[in-house]
Design a protein around this ligand. Structure first.
Ligand code: GLU
Length: 304
């Protein structure tokens, strides 16, 4: 299969050096493999996505010397695809509505324990408050509620995935061609029971969005035929969520290449609002794309 990768920014702020690194690295890898580099606009958060940021993304990436096939995939055009996947999971009895606020969740988690609250790759691990309550009220035979937050019944989902091995374990995994934050690489094995504990009942549809980052990203990577996901190490831990969803939805699992994050002088990773390192600022100061490559330690492009 031809190497196909993507850069998938959310148009919620300016691209900074960290984005430039991710996009250039993905581009360079695609060139080296004689493959394809795609752009995808992750704009499911309609309250934060802005057309002007999207236009700026196109402009900055073109300035960096990148190009990509048209049309560009935009998540806001794919709400029907996400809804169909949610319908299918709902019909399998793997989702339930949740009405908890963040505060409800924090309070429920604080009650039985002191100290740090249990967190996973998607934030606080849901204590399951609405699980029995709502699974009793909403069965898979009734229509999926459209305007509610929906969570995945994760232990049920993972145990439906594959036959246990002779040792009683259900195994999943993915190939890491880069490195995780703790130096993880190569074939990463995931065990169903641990996954369920690590991620808890994650949200697959947010009431205000009708989908979620995790659901959309796996459906889109599959639809775009992505063979290699290149992205920052901050998303390494979420890969176990993505692998579970790929298995549940019978989608292929791509290879993953997680890369180091670009940090500021104090060692903090750059955030969206870190305008100080926005590409537009460097451009306005007269930097060239080669200067950007130098700043993020990527090989310079030599004239052919
Ligand atoms: N849209 C995500 C972001 O801007 C990237 C998602 C991904 O690469 O999987 O951080």
């Amino acid at each position: 299969m031809t190497f196909t990768t993507r850069f998938a920014p959310s148009p919620t702020g300016p691209l900074h050096l960290g984005h430039a690194y991710s996009a250039l690295l993905a581009w360079d890898m695609a060139q080296r493999h004689g493959g394809t580099f795609l752009l995808r606009i992750e704009d499911i958060d309609r309250t934060r996505a802005r057309p002007e940021w999207e236009a700026q993304i196109h402009d900055d990436l073109t300035w960096l010397g990148l190009h990509w096939p048209q049309p560009v995939m935009r998540q806001s055009d794919r709400m029907d695809v996400y809804a169909d996947a949610l319908d299918a999971l709902w019909a399998r009895g793997l989702l339930y509505p949740c009405d908890c606020s963040r505060r409800d969740i924090t309070e429920a988690l604080s009650a039985p324990q002191e100290g740090a609250l249990p967190t996973g790759p998607d934030g606080l691990i849901y204590p399951g408050t609405c699980r029995s309550k709502n699974r009793f009220r909403y069965s898979a035979s009734i229509e999926r509620p459209r305007d509610r937050t929906l969570r995945l019944t994760v232990d049920r989902a993972v145990s439906s995935l594959a036959a246990p091995q002779p040792d009683g374990q259900i195994r999943l995994g993915f190939a890491e061609t880069g490195t995780g934050p703790a130096g993880q690489g190569g074939e990463i094995a995931l065990f169903a029971a641990e996954i369920a504990r690590n991620i808890g009942d994650i949200v697959l549809a947010r009431r205000d969005m009708g989908t979620s980052y995790h659901l959309s990203v796996v459906l889109d990577d599959a639809a775009q035929g992505i063979t290699d996901v290149v992205r920052g190490q901050d998303l390494f831990e979420t890969t176990e969520i993505h692998v579970v969803l790929q298995s549940l939805l019978k989608l292929p699992t791509p290879r993953y290449h997680h890369h180091e994050l670009i940090r500021d002088d104090a060692g903090k990773r750059l955030a969206k609002r870190d305008d100080a390192r926005a590409l537009t600022k460097y451009r306005a100061e007269g930097a060239t794309p080669q200067d950007i490559r130098r700043m993020v330690n990527l090989p310079l492009i030599t004239a052919a």
